[in-house]
Design a protein around this ligand. Structure first.
Ligand SMILES: C[S@@+](CC[C@H](N)C(=O)[O-])C[C@H]1O[C@@H](n2cnc3c(N)ncnc32)[C@H](O)[C@@H]1O
Ligand code: SF4
Length: 322
């Protein structure tokens, strides 16, 4: 079971493609640490009773800058035996103490890197950011090797019109940092309508990517790096560039994946919180978690979320397939 938990809407960067860009003025919320602790206990009970290993994956905003998170990650890992993961912009990784904490508590760490050098720095509004990431991720990988433990290191790349051609070179660079897995998203449109039209992938670019991927995968594999994403994922990307809808009638909601937002609503994915969201206050036992698939399926039937008519859930479309 993968539980993606968006704990804060605050961020310190100004990525031109992202809704959480710190320069955008809107009221930001964050999760209640007491609610997180309480539901952690429920997840631990679920894990123990079912034998289904739980991975809690923190998302934001920028999760590693949210003050309560370090203590919660330690509690989840050391006391509850849950696996912990974070997706981060990497701005805190220059701190040896943060890296040590991640080595002690995390099963996985995903660092966002969107292009080589200036491209990354410009698109993320972080001068010197690419060089800083290279130094700190390389240090984290070395510390991990020296200690013989630490999180699986993954990089996530947002593919857009102006960085696609550089993607193979970026992957080779990331292999040199000690990154073990690389995943990618295509640029999504809803968040920043002023950026999207000029940067969305073109159909011919997706055809190029599909042709390049097998050889790139093989090259990376010889360096011990997995490039993730199954055939369904490329179909999803191609459909988006062609403005084709991909409806999904049964994604088996709540069976393998849960999304929780900062307000404490749990849903089958981030797109269906309004129609299917269940307050965490209603989930107090492991059985309540086991009943979620039935509750979500009923909610989907009665409320037919608009998002399911053109499903953009990366989980459903094999983003992480090996
Ligand atoms: C919203 S960020 C939050 C975590 C962290 N702040 C970071 O940048 O990794 C999670 C992931 O979504 C990606 N992302 C943000 N906006 C996107 C968009 N419009 N389209 C596709 N991916 C996007 C980011 O690059 C990042 O890998
Ligand atoms: S992609 Fe991450 S770092 Fe960039 S603005 Fe969004 S939340 Fe912040």
């Amino acid at each position: 079971m993968i539980v993606v938990w968006r704990v804060t809407q605050q961020c310190n960067l100004a990525c031109q493609f992202c809704a959480y860009d710190r320069t955008l003025a809107w009221p930001r919320n964050e999760a209640d640490p007491a609610v997180i602790r309480r539901f952690g206990t429920v997840l631990a009970a679920y894990q123990q009773q079912t034998g289904d290993r739980v991975l809690v994956s923190w998302l934001g905003g920028e999760p590693l800058r949210w003050p309560p998170l370090a203590e919660l990650s330690g509690h989840f890992h050391h006391d509850l035996d849950l696996r912990v993961s974070t997706t981060t912009n990497g701005t805190t990784l220059s701190s040896p103490a943060v890296r040590q904490h991640l080595i002690e508590t995390h099963a996985e760490l995903t660092v966002s890197v969107d292009g080589l050098n200036e491209f990354h720095d410009d698109v993320r509004g972080w001068p010197g950011g690419f060089a800083a990431l290279r130094t700190s991720v390389t240090a984290l990988a070395a510390e991990k090797r020296a200690l013989g433990k630490g999180p699986l290191l993954r990089a996530n790349v947002v593919l857009m019109r102006d960085n696609l051609a550089g993607f193979p070179r970026l992957c080779e660079e990331l292999a040199g940092w000690g990154i073990e897995q690389i995943s990618f998203n295509q640029l999504g449109g809803n968040d920043r309508p002023e950026f999207f039209p000029a940067q969305r992938l073109l159909p011919e670019q997706v055809r190029w990517l599909a042709a390049e991927l097998p050889a790139l995968r093989t090259r990376l594999c010889t360096r011990g790096v997995q490039l993730l994403g199954g055939p369904g994922y490329l179909r999803r990307i191609a459909a988006t560039t062609a403005d084709e809808r991909l409806p999904v009638t049964d994604c088996q909601p709540g069976e393998r994946f849960l999304f929780i937002n900062e307000a404490g609503s749990v849903a089958p994915c981030s797109f269906t919180v309004r129609e299917c969201g269940v307050p965490l206050t209603e989930l107090v036992t492991a059985e309540d978690v086991q009943r979620l698939p039935l509750r979500f399926a009923a909610a989907r039937l009665s409320r037919s979320p608009l998002a399911c008519g053109d499903c953009h859930s990366t989980q459903v479309f094999e983003k992480f397939s090996r």
